[in-house]
Design a protein around this ligand. Structure first.
Ligand SMILES: [Zn+2]
Length: 455
């Protein structure tokens, strides 16, 4: 079997001349306090009430005056909210300004895009923002908080995650958040760890082409197609919600409470499932890239849905959701995981990546499915394979533009009907989600060839 020697291509001089950066990586973990005495917990309920009130007032002011920056909001309103509750440590007024500025910022952006449903953002769930004056970790077993009744110390449940980050040299960030769990009378802390990770100089490339329901990944010389089914998940929940709505509207009238409750649950399930799919696969890809000291190559996506990707979806809201889940969200997850491993991520121009033959530079004519024929060589291509190879070529070009095809220089085109030599893998190796979701690394396909490559 003849395959393109991508390893040879990748060590090419000048392939990647970007300066290597140092990234600050952050991870947030959840730590729970032990169940608190009623009296103690009441103090935190009071604290939350005051904090919520400050945030509500600040958000109102920010939205009314089109303020989306913390510095301006603080300059205009800090004194006023500070004097509302003189018994409260002053830093709460400060973090409330940060909290409110962020809420106002995302609300104003939504409103600008015409996607805000209300005149003002609702301050529904509150987590109290803390800075280094307001909280302190005391050893590994307790946290102390500044309150209007003095400093209170709560003991925390020992947490494997927490210990792991401490042991691996991450440092504790000064900012944290705390939420009240009223049912169990506990505090839930969101604690952030930070670490500096420097990017390595890549010795090769892994290219990732994302489509609605799968991620095609070119590693060495094989394209693996990892099924994600993300758009099917989105559409599935969309239709379920629609059915629920019709049923509840018939029984309770439009916009009823029980319907909203079901919606919230469905929405939560949908988000959790998509998140899990994206992060799991991103972690597998980033880990494999780190093992090979390779860079990850991605298409540069625009802000709004690329038309050709999801042109069959007419409903604009649904298009937005499919785009976020299946394209943007995947890229974000890959970026994030890559940063954690010091893997460089390179973006290239996505124009025509699946339309031009990587060998002949001629247009590929597609039929109904994802298979097409090169208009010059007459060979058959799978769309995702084409995209992966073109992303590689553009990364090698270095400018993210349309690069001269170096692949052509390395591949002895024998004029046969199949690209990249007589029996090369022009068909991706499909990996169902049920399979990769159980893996901890990509070694099963790398070493044991569990997946048969169709030739
Ligand atoms: Zn061709």
């Amino acid at each position: 079997m003849y395959r393109v020697n991508t390893a040879k291509l990748a060590v090419d001089e000048g392939a990647d001349e970007r300066p290597r950066g140092v990234n600050e990586v952050t991870r947030t973990i959840i730590v729970r306090s032990a169940s608190l005495a009623r009296r103690t917990f009441r103090t935190f309920v009071e604290l939350e009430g005051m904090y919520r009130n400050m945030v509500e007032q600040l958000v109102l002011h920010a939205v009314n005056n089109n303020i989306n920056k913390f510095t301006r909001l603080r300059a205009e309103r800090y004194r006023d909210v500070r004097s509302l509750y003189p018994q409260l440590p002053s830093h709460y007024a400060y973090t409330a300004c940060q909290d409110a500025a962020e809420r106002a910022h995302s609300f104003l952006r939504l409103r600008k895009m015409g996607r805000a449903r209300k005149a003002y953002p609702e301050v529904r769930s509150v987590s109290i923002w803390l800075d280094d004056h307001l909280w302190r970790a005391e050893g590994l077993t307790s946290i102390s908080l500044a309150t209007h009744r003095g400093r209170l110390r709560v003991s925390i449940e020992l947490n494997r995650h927490f210990l792991r980050y401490v042991n691996r040299g991450w440092r504790l960030a000064s900012e944290a958040k705390v939420k009240l769990d009223r049912r169990e009378r506990r505090l839930i802390f969101y604690i952030t760890f930070k670490k500096e990770v420097s990017e390595y100089r890549p010795k090769g490339y892994i290219t990732v082409d994302v489509n609605e329901n799968a991620e095609a990944v070119l590693i060495d010389d094989v394209v693996y197609l990892f099924e994600t089914d993300l758009s099917r998940v989105t559409l599935g929940y969309y239709y379920r919600r629609k059915r629920v709505q019709e049923k509840y509207d018939r029984i309770y009238g439009p916009g009823s409470r029980p319907a909203r409750r079901v919606f919230r649950r469905l929405g939560g399930n949908e988000r959790a499932l998509k998140r899990e799919i994206r992060w799991k696969l991103a972690a597998l890809i980033a880990r494999e890239a780190a093992r090979r000291q390779a860079a990850i190559v991605l298409e540069r996506l625009g802000r709004e849905p690329a038309n050709h990707m999801i042109e069959h979806i007419k409903d604009p809201q649904l298009r937005h959701r499919v785009f976020q889940a299946a394209f943007k969200g995947i890229q974000k997850a890959i970026e994030e995981k890559a940063r954690g491993h010091g893997v460089p991520v390179i973006y290239v121009n996505p124009k025509n990546t699946s339309r031009v033959c990587p060998i002949h530079g001629a247009e590929i004519v597609y039929g109904k499915d994802r298979h097409g024929t090169c208009s010059k060589g007459g060979e058959t291509w799978h769309r995702d394979v084409v995209a992966c190879y073109n992303l590689l070529l553009r990364a090698l070009g270095g400018d993210g533009g349309v690069a001269p095809s170096r692949l052509r220089a390395f591949v002895a085109v024998d004029g046969g009907p199949v690209p990249l030599g007589p029996t090369a893998a022009h068909e991706p190796a499909g990996v169902p989600r049920a399979l990769w979701a159980r893996w901890r690394s990509l070694r099963p396909i790398m070493n044991e060839q569990m997946i048969e490559v169709k030739a």
